[in-house]
Design a protein around this ligand. Structure first.
Ligand code: ZN
Length: 220
């Protein structure tokens, strides 16, 4: 189903928020979610510090790329600059999910990248999850470091902070967020067993390309 209307997109953001809490990728009101408004230089984003399970579509804030609220009475997420700068840098990104999930945060704290040790990570993330240099939350510096470390892949770690997952749709960005957590856990487990074998650059590139070309149902 292709979702177009603003209310449908806002409702989908709320559903993803509830799933993040239920999957324990965030606790309390931490984390944030956004999606691009089709054919506009705007995006919808979760409000600052509100409980996901209590959100209503009118609580979702619509912003432009100049950092101005164009619709909604709530204060936007304090990380809106990060979302804004990713949308400006990556025209292929349709949605962003930011989490503070445990295993991925362990790598963010160790400031250690998570390599593509699973095929699904190579397919969906497109390479390693690098660590963006530390900067205070909500700052333009954090957004700049985040965009730089993300490059053309679909996930990045923010040092001592959390995960940014991106995708073509909200569904895909959510799946990336879940996958980053799984990847971090599997990599750590594999290292504790002995050697964690990493897919090399060619294998990763081939998996990514074949996923983009062939995976899923073709559009009619
Ligand atoms: Zn955060």
């Amino acid at each position: 189903m292709i979702i177009h209307s603003a209310v449908q997109l806002k409702d989908q953001i709320i559903q993803v928020g509830k799933k993040l809490v239920d999957a324990q990728l965030v606790v309390g009101t931490w984390g944030n979610i956004s999606c691009r408004v089709p054919n506009h230089k705007n995006y919808h984003i979760t409000p600052s510090g509100m409980i996901y399970h209590q959100l209503k579509s009118e609580d979702i804030v619509t912003m432009n790329f100049a950092g101005e609220v164009v619709e909604g009475d709530r204060k936007p997420s304090s990380e809106f600059i990060l979302h804004q700068e990713i949308y400006k840098a990556r025209s292929d990104v349709g949605a962003i999910v930011h989490t503070h999930s445990n295993y991925a945060c362990s790598f963010a704290v160790a400031q250690e990248r998570i390599p593509p040790v699973l095929e699904e990570a190579a397919q969906l993330i497109g390479g390693p999850v690098e660590v963006a240099r530390y900067a205070p939350p909500g700052s333009l510096k954090l957004a700049i470091h985040g965009v730089r470390a993300l490059e053309n892949r679909n996930a990045v770690l923010l040092a001592n902070h959390g995960v940014v997952a991106v995708g073509r749709s909200l569904e895909e960005a959510f799946t990336v967020a879940v996958l980053v957590e799984k990847l971090a856990q599997v990599f750590l487990n594999a290292k504790s067993l002995g050697t964690a074998h990493v897919l090399n650059d060619v294998e990763t590139k081939n998996l990514r390309e074949s996923f983009l070309k062939h995976y899923g149902q073709s559009k009619k």
